[in-house]
Design a protein around this ligand. Sequence first.
Ligand code: DGP
Length: 114
Amino acid sequence: MSDCLFCAIAAGDIPADVVHADDDVVAFRDLNPQAPVHVLVIPRAHYANAGELAAADEHLTARVLAAAASVARQEGISDAGYRLVANTGDDAGQSVHHVHVHVLGGRSLTWPPG
Ligand code: DGP
């Protein structure tokens, strides 16, 4: 999709610190990390949010989730624990309208979030 920041990152047109890439999914470090490990996992295909992705493509939804778990293992936070977040819509504060799963970890995380 033109004018989409994360489509441009997935295409390699905007640089990012990529930690995983395959045919369907790209994972890269968040520009504004909220934890020692903060990675964003996105499908290459453009969907505005998690609900749209899940409704359109169950297989790709599963690929994104599996990649998030794989990134957590790769980053060494699987055993200690980590959080997956998909902010969806305005009330959740979604600021980039290309579905992304935050992988957060590397410290004790508070709950509930604000
Ligand atoms: P959300 O609020 O859930 O839509 O999260 C969007 C995240 O995207 C936010 O944590 C900051 C991150 N972000 C925004 N622009 C860029 C960018 O250009 N590069 C990278 N790596 N991350 C970005």
